[in-house]
Design a binder for this molecule. Structure first.
Ligand code: ATP
Ligand code: MG
Length: 655
């Protein structure tokens, strides 16, 4: 006998229950990290479906990353509400474009442009503008910002006057470049990522029939991570709604971390003003983290200097529901290598104490930081995964592996050795071996994916008597259709930006030094506030164990001298730790040289204080080891972000 729909509400606290049982919109859930926002909306959808109030096909849940969307789909299926669409804005929009394009615009949908820079270089050449790669990247970011802010080149000229134009050009020149880029793109029948949303918006605004059909299709809208919605996404959402208010939004303004892409928490914060009849539910009980972790998260937010210009409402104080745990560890290391080896040691220690590898994450500010960590983990023989389980079944090696298994199951008599043995045998025919490669990189990633297939076979074999290779392949096919990736037993290496919404037992936040956290180019109060929020997101990913570390230099004996992050000061105080009087100096004696140079007003690197010698990038006042002023690092984050979209869409890697 099936459980009553109300059973879905079990396991929710009173406020979560109130939210989950309010099946009509508008509804706004405002709450801090780990308070069960995502859990509440997932249960709300499941409850609505099971109570017969929602037709699952008429529900559109929008989440921020492909990983979160996949997670929500699988949770909904487990709660007895399969068939609900949970997608990113881009994925949902692209589906609508694909469907309506032929009947509205006609012809084929433009191809997605996978490399903006090349096109921009052409546009610059056409205008006889001289610029370098860094300049082009600046332009690309600015164009993205303009587009998600729904500014055309003309609109940019009139409405972005207060904004600093990209280095080396004025607003006029930038607007011309932007226009040339758009022209070339159109000539070649291409569209960029922003166009996916812009075209959908355009189609819905200009064609009543399309708008009516889309509105007919979707009745209930749910948006998770609403604090990071861009004006363009909001416009799309408004068009989907078409004046209706069957909308539930969930967010935490203190976790706004994508404003560099045009996202803004304003929509979240003014929800009540736009929908005066909205129900607003606040959650403060933190179910994820221990009181120790929660205390640090609260401290970090409370420490913010008043008067910052960024939107930042009085932070909701989180109250942990969990038993006391260990205090966070704060450590400093001589250089990145030492820090990475320490991480590897601590990971080994945690696993020995019973924490599975899949419950451990190492998070960093820029993707460039992963390499040294990969190497240290590989050397220590610890499995790790860089990409999470996103699009697992689309990975070339996984497809190749499954194809080989299928062929073998067709030709081999059922003798089929145990299934795990057979799987190992077949995979070794395509180059897999039991031993993990001890070096980091693509080979290692390929190995990890195939190892996940082997360990899935092992698990299934232990669980099901009489497992055959054919039933194993059947299981893989089912999982592939449901995008249900096998859990990869490995430490997760991820950027802070991509860790949003996720959680692990043990979290390492590495590279907490000035220049990386906050990142060098964060200069204004607004930018610094966003860095602080990013660290807040990082801290609140931890359930129990939290490690905060920094390294004084990039390389062993390296010249760059990095100070530990300003954000660590209140955290150390909270933990009762002395402020470090002296860093573990990589190359002693440098200090006096720098001090002398500064006295002479010689050029010193604005990143690390190193004296700039000829050959260093004196024009940028940055030494070769310090991140340049232009947003290379932001670009990396952006790239990771884009990549998660392109994976969701099944597109070639972007940029
Ligand atoms: P974030 O802001 O990081 O996205 P969130 O508010 O969406 O966090 P969830 O991810 O939904 O929080 O929940 C955090 C953790 O707490 C999850 O492991 C979830 O299962 C657990 N949790 C939430 N509510 C409850 C509850 N009422 N009882 C037990 N566990 C809960
Ligand atoms: Mg969440």
């Amino acid at each position: 006998q099936e459980a009553p729909p109300e059973a879905v509400l079990d396991g929710l606290d009173a406020e979560q229950r109130a939210a989950a049982s309010t099946l009509t919109g508008p509804l706004c859930i405002l709450a801090g990290a780990g308070t069960g926002k995502t859990r509440a909306i997932t249960h709300r959808i499941a409850y609505g479906v099971r109570a017969g109030v929602y037709d699952p096909h008429r529900v559109l849940a929008v989440t921020f990353t492909a990983r979160a969307a996949a997670e929500m789909r699988s949770r909904l299926a487990a709660l007895g509400a399969p068939g609900v669409q949970a997608r990113t804005f881009h994925a949902a929009a692209l589906r609508q474009l694909q469907y309506f394009w032929p009947m509205t615009i006609g012809g084929t949908l433009p191809q997605i442009l996978d490399y903006k820079i090349k096109l921009l270089a052409e546009a610059a050449k056409r205008l006889r503008m001289t610029t370098d790669r860094a300049g082009l990247r600046d332009f690309a970011s600015e164009i993205e910002w303009a587009k998600v802010s729904t500014l055309t080149p003309e609109g940019y000229l009139t409405q972005a006057k207060d904004r600093e134009a990209p280095a080396g050009v004025d607003h006029q020149a930038f607007a011309r470049l932007y226009q040339a880029y758009e022209d070339i793109k159109e000539d070649r029948h291409l569209m960029d990522f922003e166009d996916v949303l812009l075209f959908t918006v355009g189609m819905l605004e200009s064609d009543e029939r399309v708008a009516a059909q889309v509105r007919q299709q979707y009745r209930h809208f749910i948006v998770d991570e609403y604090q990071d919605v861009s004006p363009l996404q909001q416009r799309l959402l408004d068009l989907w709604l078409g004046g209706r208010d069957e909308l539930c939004v969930v967010g935490d303004a203190a976790q706004t971390i994508y404003s560099f892409t045009g996202a803004t928490p304003d929509y979240l914060l003014t929800f009540r003003r736009r929908y005066p009849n909205a129900d607003v539910v606040k959650l403060v009980r933190d179910y994820r983290s221990t009181p120790e972790v929660v205390k640090l998260a609260n401290t970090l937010l409370a420490d913010r200097r008043p008067g910052g210009e960024a939107p930042w409402p009085a932070p909701l104080q989180l109250i942990s529901q969990r038993a006391a745990g260990p205090a966070a560890e704060v450590t400093e290391h001589a250089d990145d290598d030492a820090e990475a080896s320490w991480v590897a040691e601590k990971v080994a220690e945690a696993t020995k104490a019973g924490t599975p590898l899949s419950e451990i994450a190492v998070l960093y500010r820029t993707n460039g930081q992963s390499q040294v960590l990969e190497q240290a983990l590989a050397t220590a023989g610890i499995s790790y995964q860089l990409r999470g389980s996103e699009r697992f079944f689309s990975r070339p090696e996984v497809r190749e592996g499954i194809a080989a298994l299928r062929t073998s199951s067709l030709i081999a008599e059922d003798s089929v050795d145990s299934v795990p043995d057979a799987v190992r045998g077949v995979l070794s025919s395509i180059g897999w071996s039991r031993e993990a490669p001890s070096s980091a990189g693509a080979r290692r990633e390929r190995w990890e994916s195939l190892a996940a297939l082997v360990s899935l076979a092992e698990r299934m074999d232990a669980e099901r008597a009489g497992l055959t290779l054919k039933t194993f392949i059947g299981e893989l096919d089912e999982r592939s259709a449901a995008q249900h990736a096998p859990t990869v037993e490995g430490v997760t290496l991820a950027s802070l930006h991509s860790a949003k919404g996720l959680e692990w037992e043990a979290v390492f936040l590495v590279g907490l030094c000035e220049g990386l956290m906050p990142i060098t180019f964060a200069q204004t109060q607004r930018e610094l506030d966003e860095e602080r929020r990013l660290l807040y997101v990082g801290i609140t990913r931890a359930k129990t164990l939290l490690y905060l570390s920094s390294a004084a230099a990039r390389h062993p004996g390296g010249r760059g001298r990095r100070k530990s992050s300003r954000f660590l000061i209140p955290l150390r105080k909270e933990l009762g730790l002395e402020a470090p009087t002296r860093r573990i100096a990589p190359g002693s004696g440098k200090l006096s040289v720098n001090a002398a140079a500064r006295k002479r007003k010689a050029a010193v690197c604005a990143g690390c204080g190193e004296v700039l010698t000829v050959g260093a990038e004196i024009s940028r006042r940055r030494c070769a080891e310090c991140p340049p002023r232009y947003d290379e690092e932001a670009f990396e984050s952006l790239r990771a972000w884009r990549l998660s979209y392109s994976k969701e869409l099944g597109l070639p890697a972007f940029m």
